[in-house]
Design a protein around this ligand. Structure first.
Ligand code: FAD
Length: 302
């Protein structure tokens, strides 16, 4: 792991800066990768992406909430977002983070919040994806997912290929729609692979495994080499196009997203919005040094 990645991951967890950034509005170039701060601005962006042939998942940014009232408000905001998806008739599902909904305060509060959200989504036939956060919340996230899936089938989660236990966990998640990713957090070598080559190898292995189980698979990556290998695998194994999708973040590799959609693949763009953009944006800077240039350029022009 290089120094700049460590530095931006460290910044992403800074609570003071996180708090301050909520008042700044979208800065540092964040407006290029965050679809505004309101539900309306997000819906407009999503409608435009749908028109171009891209499906979407929308995330009202927020994480690490420690205040009960804030967690309840975040739950209500997710429900309002579901109403908007329904009213705007957009091709879009919901992504959310459990620490926004009270996971760090009280597991039951979080579970009740989630139940209301998934139930509302179910009435509208909208799928809800639980984003995976850092390893300290991993098992609780899976526990909440399994509890919800006893009542609803419109909910799934994310498995990170950097985790050693991912390979075993995915066997218990057969039939559950999953987003597969490499993993965005700074994890210790006790639980996660540290070498890119190992993470990439496991990523491809997990993708092939979940697809071969016949379970819906969202392949979330900007890595064109992985995407090419997935394309070859689905063709060789005659895997139906409706059983998987490629996912990329809004504002990243738009040409590649469009190209895949034009080739007939389902592509889903992850559209974040809201004023809690700081942690999300810092993780994107950590992932790719080129993104830092974008931020510096934007700072100089302000
Ligand atoms: P990388 O390993 O970062 O890059 C591989 C190669 O791809 C690069 O060397 C370069 O050649 C090319 N490349 C990458 N980005 C670009 C670019 N912007 N432009 C041009 N070339 C590029 N992580 C979690 O931990 N939990 C989650 O819930 C989660 N959800 C996600 C949802 C989506 C839709 C996506 C796309 C990612 C999500 N992530 C999540 C983040 C993920 O774990 C990775 O940290 C992130 O996607 C970076 O890895 P990568 O696979 O895109 O490629």
């Amino acid at each position: 792991m290089n120094i700049s990645r460590n530095f931006f991951l460290f910044l992403s967890e800074n609570k003071l800066l996180n708090h301050a950034a909520k008042k700044w509005g979208l800065r540092l170039g964040a407006s290029k990768v965050v679809a505004g701060t309101t539900i309306e601005s997000a819906m407009k962006t999503i409608a435009g992406l749908n028109e171009a042939g891209l499906a979407c998942t929308v995330d009202r940014l927020g994480e690490f909430v420690t205040d009960k009232q804030e967690a309840l408000e975040a739950g209500q905001y997710c429900i309002n977002t579901l109403h908007a998806i329904h009213e705007w008739k957009v091709d879009c599902h919901l992504s959310l983070k459990l620490t926004q909904l009270g996971l760090d305060i009280d597991k039951n509060l979080c579970m009740n919040n989630m139940r209301s959200i998934v139930q509302t989504a179910n009435q509208y036939d909208i799928y809800v994806n639980i984003d995976m956060e850092d390893y300290s919340r991993y098992q609780t996230t899976l526990d909440i997912l399994f509890a919800l899936r006893k009542e609803f089938d419109n909910v799934g989660t994310v498995i990170q290929s950097y985790l050693y236990r991912a390979n075993e966990d995915i066997d218990h998640l057969q039939g559950v729609p999953l987003r597969l990713v490499k993993g965005a957090y700074k994890e210790s070598a006790d639980v996660a692979m540290q070498e890119k080559a190992d993470i990439d190898k496991n990523f491809l292995h997990l993708i092939k495994k979940h697809l071969s189980h016949g379970s819906y698979t969202a392949i979330a990556t900007h890595d064109h080499e992985i995407i090419e290998q997935v394309k070859a695998f689905v063709h060789e194994n005659q895997i139906a196009y409706h059983s998987f999708e490629f996912q990329m973040l809004y504002g990243f590799r738009h040409d590649l997203q469009q190209q895949l959609a034009n080739e007939g693949y389902r592509v889903c763009s992850y559209v974040p919005f809201g004023n809690d953009w700081y942690g999300y944006f810092m993780r994107r800077l950590a992932e790719r040094p080129q993104n830092i240039k974008l931020a510096v350029k934007s700072m100089l022009s302000n």
